[in-house]
Write a protein that binds this ligand. Structure first.
Ligand code: GEK
Length: 246
């Protein structure tokens, strides 16, 4: 099982003297399509469902937000499935490397749906008239005590019946389940051609950068932000996606 999407990710394939914190720089942006497909179990299936969700939730004369858009996978999926009139997509990422590549993908994509790409921190973005907001594996990179403020701001800027799609790597309270899902995630990475050394160096690089929380914590926080209806619609090992409806 290997990915044929873009340049191969060999970033952690050599022994590094010191593994530094993971950053979304040019090197990562260059191999990101391959990296995410080989590292996040179920990523491709999850993104392939976005058109179904878009057709269900995107409202005419509204905005869609792809927060932490990376190369724009969610934006592109939305762009090709939106049926209503007068819809704009706002794609945001604070990595200039990602944003510049994302802009290239959008420029080369044939669709009339307008996309505004913004290079900024999602904490600074004003959300207005939103019917669809995606945080597809992005909230996990924000420190936990800042997560509620972001969710509240999203909730406040959403239209009634709009949806937030929140995808995250999660952890488990129960040690046995934690080990079980971690082992399956490692097995997934190995099946995708990563070596033990690559897996271990990447784990160290992400340790202080990607902070997973339990499903329970995520659900409670979404309710606290104001969302009444919250459900897990997708899970693959320790990676989940929730829908939260305003
Ligand atoms: C996808 N959604 O392909 N503000 C803006 N962007 C941020 C912030 C922040 N505070 N923190 C991190 N990012 C994408 C995948 S990747 C997930 C999302 C992963 C950005 C960061 O630069 C990166 O592009 C993205 O969030 C996370 O569906 O790499 O596991």
């Amino acid at each position: 099982m290997t990915s044929n999407t873009g340049k191969p990710d060999v970033i952690y394939s050599q022994t590094l003297e010191k593994v530094t914190d993971f950053v979304f720089d040019d090197k990562v942006a260059d191999v990101f399509r391959d990296m995410i497909g080989r590292s996040v179990p179920g990523y491709g299936s999850l993104v392939s469902m976005i058109p179904v969700l878009a057709r269900e939730y995107v409202q005419p004369a509204s905005h869609c937000y792809d927060l932490g858009c990376s190369l724009g996978a969610v934006t592109l999926a939305l762009r090709h499935s939106i049926l209503g009139d007068d819809v704009k997509i706002v794609a945001v990422d604070n990595s200039s490397a990602m944003v510049s590549k994302c802009q290239d993908y959008i420029n080369n994509d044939a669709s009339d749906i307008p996309v505004e790409i913004i290079c900024d921190d999602i904490r600074n973005i004003e959300i207005i008239k939103a019917s669809f907001v995606a945080l597809n594996f992005t909230l996990q990179f924000i420190t936990p005590d800042e997560r509620l403020t972001i969710l509240k701001r999203i909730f406040d800027g959403m239209n009634n019946n709009g949806v937030l799609l929140l995808s995250e790597k999660i952890c488990f309270d129960n040690e046995r389940d934690q080990q079980w899902m971690t082992d399956l995630h490692v097995a997934f990475k190995k099946a995708n051609g990563y070596s033990d050394m690559e897996i271990s160096q990447k784990r160290s690089a992400l340790e202080n950068v990607l902070i997973p929380e339990t499903l329970d914590v995520h659900k409670k926080r979404l309710h606290e932000a104001g969302f009444e209806k919250v459900i897990v619609w997708y899970q693959c090992f320790n990676f989940i996606s929730l829908l939260a409806i305003k």
